[in-house]
Ligand binder design. Structure first.
Ligand SMILES: [Zn+2]
Length: 412
């Protein structure tokens, strides 16, 4: 597709400014802001609606998405064990057609909600090999004018006990995966450190970024994030490693948490919290408070970049969700008890600028010269955006309108 025709958005509200402005997009970039005379191309009247950077979804399991209706019944085990078992059962039934159809539906949801860049974890393991990755890598090509998709090769099964799984991860990097994933929690406790070592070695050898599911449980003794940070620095990968979930951080004593946060900062690790599924999958007897938001306020106050992701949508790990970062931001604010007047902005940053930093995407603020990945809301302020106030949103990708969604008012 060629360069989009110029687009003039009149009467938009932008963050950090009280005035309504006109924003002119040309050549896929923000060309001018201010009193721009109407010229060639299309004009949209924003009517005071908020124009913001596009959402970035930093953590989403696209291959599992929308499997919920066809899942086998949950067993009587704990919620995490049940989800692992149902994942294995569901994956044995995945077909290429089914994967393609569900992933396409998920991409349509994302684009409709204003997501411009999406980092998708895709299982790569001996159950399905590279099939899901190859299907979704092909789909990505067909959607490249709508959304940028990064693929993370994710080992949902052990790479320590089964070296085939490790070899497949390496193969995935040659078959469309951009980032190496990891999940030490899938190993026996004695093997978790080895899992991290294997990942770090492979990331260094292949010169790729690493994005690790880390400390998923609420066990104060689990310190995989600390070990990952130490290994990151040792391997010279500072700034190239990301960690998702990090729930155990919430359970540490303050002095232990301070040690882990110092290591995270030194290693340049951004954190992605995934509160929706994590809040739901609390094991029996675990304390509820704070689980799933990784001591978020402390991380922010220390200057760690924290993003927030959907993780799972309508699947074996999370039956709800609609792949809407506005919803994720609102739930994150509630889970982390962000209650001040700045809360909406802090939460919104976690699904836009912070998430862009997390995935290494260019920051797309409404600034002259920025890539025009934007969302135009009919709502005029962030509180209304986050509480999903009824209204329309319009998704703009590289200066072209590519989607939008309407939320309606129930009337009696
Ligand atoms: Zn995940």
């Amino acid at each position: 597709m060629g360069s989009p025709e110029p687009l003039l958005i009149r009467n938009a509200r932008i963050l950090d400014s009280a005035d309504l402005v006109d924003v002119h997009l040309e050549g896929g970039h923000v060309a001018a802001i201010g009193g721009v005379p109407a010229g060639r191309g299309k004009t949209i009247d924003a009517r005071g609606g908020l124009l913001t950077p596009a959402f970035v979804e930093p953590h989403f399991h696209i291959d599992k998405a929308l499997t919920f209706p066809g899942l086998p019944p949950a067993t009587g085990k704990g919620p995490v064990e049940a989800a692992v078992e149902r994942t294995r059962q569901a994956k044995t039934r995945f077909t290429s057609e089914d994967l393609r159809a569900r992933a396409r539906q998920a991409i349509e949801l994302a684009v409709g909600h204003g997501v411009g860049t999406l980092r998708a974890h895709v299982d790569v393991d001996p159950i399905n090999g590279l099939r899901a990755l190859e299907v979704i890598a092909e789909l990505r090509e067909g959607c490249r004018d709508l959304i940028d998709i990064q693929l993370v090769a994710f080992p949902q099964e052990s790479i320590v006990r089964d070296r085939t799984a490790l070899r497949l991860l390496g193969d995935a990097l040659a078959s469309g995966a951009d980032v190496l994933g990891g999940a030490p929690d899938v190993e026996e406790p004695r093997d978790r450190a080895r899992h991290v070592e294997l990942l770090v070695e492979l990331a260094r050898e292949r010169d790729v970024d690493l994005d690790v599911h880390c400390d998923y449980s609420y066990d104060p003794a689990q310190r995989d994030l600390l070990f990952l940070a130490e290994k990151t620095i040792e391997a010279g990968l500072t700034g190239r490693v990301r960690a998702g979930h990090c729930c155990a951080l919430d359970a540490y004593d303050d002095d232990v948490a301070a040690e882990v946060i110092a290591a995270v900062l030194a290693a340049g690790i951004d954190i992605c919290v995934c509160p929706m599924g994590n809040l739901l999958l609390v094991g029996d007897g675990s304390p509820l408070l704070g689980r799933g938001v990784a001591r978020l306020k402390t991380l922010l106050s220390h200057g760690v970049t924290v993003a927030a992701g959907s993780d799972n949508v309508h699947d074996m790990w999370f039956p709800f969700g609609r792949l809407d970062p506005a919803e994720v931001a609102m739930v994150t604010a509630i889970a982390a008890r962000l209650w001040t007047d700045q809360a909406a902005r802090q939460a919104f940053d976690m699904v836009t600028v912070n998430a862009a930093h997390y995935v290494g995407a260019p920051s797309t603020g409404v600034r002259v010269g920025s890539v025009a990945d934007l969302v135009l809301f009919s709502a005029g302020n962030l509180q209304d955006v986050l509480r999903n106030a009824p209204g329309r949103r319009t998704t703009i990708k590289r200066g072209r309108v590519v989607g939008g969604s309407e939320s309606r008012v129930w009337t009696v």
